[in-house]
Ligand binder design. Structure first.
Ligand code: GDD
Ligand code: MN
Length: 380
């Protein structure tokens, strides 16, 4: 039922001949190096969504293969197509969040660009939301009717295990919380969006966990297909993202995986330092001061490389920025060492317990290094 005001607006639009229906469904497609897939997906959406007021928002992280350029060409022919080209940012979850929030449509779907999801489910998903039966519809690979062609055994096993862990720890009730294929009421999404992490891949799990049971979810089975062109961006490190999300949600954001990884790398650095010291002293007969200095430099360098590879893998430095970052990291760690020693001394002064003083110093050092690295080395 339409109020008089709405009816009047419609009449106006008609009179001006601009009766463009605003979209009811916004399809959000995160892309990274998908130039050979986007046009096919667009055609399929066009075919399957006829009769629905839809639009598609591609969110491309400045793909080196120029996916955004292909999307722009589509958009020039069809105003229902949009492209958000993000520069200097990477990440599937963040891309999906931005895409959903960019639209004023009351319903938003997220679907992969690589044709592995089944776009023919979209009308059914929309009618489940529009009829008010659900706030969220998930394309599920784990319920009856599910078939998968796109997963190898290893990946399927890891995925099933992760799903179980997530369900137990976060009390998530849906069968396939790892799905990258879903449709949601935009207003409900908007309420939850501030709680969502932009890191990693697990936006749906995050959404459901953040909703704390206040999101009525329905699942539809679909066949997870084979990728046609290009390759998957989910490497083995995705497990880390997942762990981070579970940890953060489970501890109410008290513990961050990034800090744990940073501290772990610091622990490895200690081993590297001692090993280098030992080798320099015993094998190369270097005087102690020089041996200790070499140990510190080797450890800082290996810490930098490990952190760049693991802890900050989403912001990995390359080329000149890598060199700049390394130098900044040396400086940060040197000051961190001063802070470490300073704190250890003052604790030892009050309470001459060597291990307590040592631990206090080390903790000070790692907290300092972590905070300063985030500001000066892997800065956003
Ligand atoms: N904008 C953006 N930024 N898009 C990305 C990024 C990124 O950093 N990484 C990946 N994508 C896009 C890809 O271009 C693709 O359209 C989609 O996200 C999924 O990426 P894939 O690399 O194809 O992932 P997958 O097939 O291994 O895994 C997918 O399916 C799983 C099962 O449904 C993802 O949807 C997973 O989230 C999902 O669990
Ligand atoms: Mn894929």
């Amino acid at each position: 039922s339409e109020n008089p005001r709405q009816a009047q607006d419609k009449a106006h639009d008609h009179a001006r001949g601009t009766a463009s229906r605003s979209a009811e469904l916004s399809v959000v497609v995160p892309t990274f190096n998908e130039r050979d897939n986007v046009t096919v997906l667009y055609r399929r959406l066009e075919a399957v969504l006829s009769g629905i007021a839809w639009e598609v928002v591609f969110v491309d992280d400045n793909s080196p293969d120029g996916t955004w350029d292909v999307v722009r060409a589509l958009a020039q022919r069809d105003s229902r197509v949009r492209c958000i080209r993000r520069i200097g940012r990477r990440g599937l979850s963040g891309a999906c969040i931005e895409g959903i929030l960019a639209s004023s449509a009351p319903y938003a779907a997220v679907i992969d660009a690589d044709l592995q999801h089944d776009e023919t489910q979209l009308p059914k998903m929309l009618s489940l939301l529009a009829s008010g039966q659900a706030d969220l519809v998930v394309g599920s690979r784990y319920i009856e009717g599910y078939k998968s062609q796109g997963f190898n055994k290893q990946r399927a096993g890891a995925s099933a295990l992760a799903t179980e862990v997530a369900k137990k720890m976060l009390r998530v009730e849906i069968a396939d919380p790892m799905s990258g294929f879903f449709m949601v009421r935009a207003d409900r999404f908007e309420q939850l969006a501030p709680k969502l992490s932009v890191h990693g891949f697990k936006i749906l799990l995050d959404l459901v966990a953040s909703a704390n049971g206040n999101l009525r979810a329905v699942e539809v089975p679909y066949t997870f297909g084979q990728r046609q062109h290009g390759e998957s961006k989910l490497d083995s490190m995705v497990a880390l993202d997942f762990l981070g999300l579970v940890l953060a949600k489970f501890t109410n954001d008290a513990v961050s995986l990034r800090f744990l990884l940073f501290a772990m790398v610091g622990g490895i650095g200690l081993v590297v330092h001692l090993t280098t010291l030992f080798i320099a002293l015993r094998l190369f007969k270097v005087p102690f001061a020089e041996a200790q200095a070499s140990g510190a430099i080797v450890a800082m360098t290996s810490n930098f490389i490990l952190n760049n590879f693991l802890t900050y893998r989403d912001q990995r430095l390359k080329g000149f920025a890598l060199l700049r970052g390394l130098i900044a990291f040396y400086i940060v760690c040197s000051v961190g060492l001063l802070a470490n020693v300073g704190v250890a001394f003052s604790v030892y002064d009050q309470e001459p317990i060597w291990w307590l003083a040592g631990m206090a110093g080390a903790l000070m050092g790692v907290v300092w290094n972590y905070a300063m690295s985030g500001l000066f080395v892997w800065r956003k």
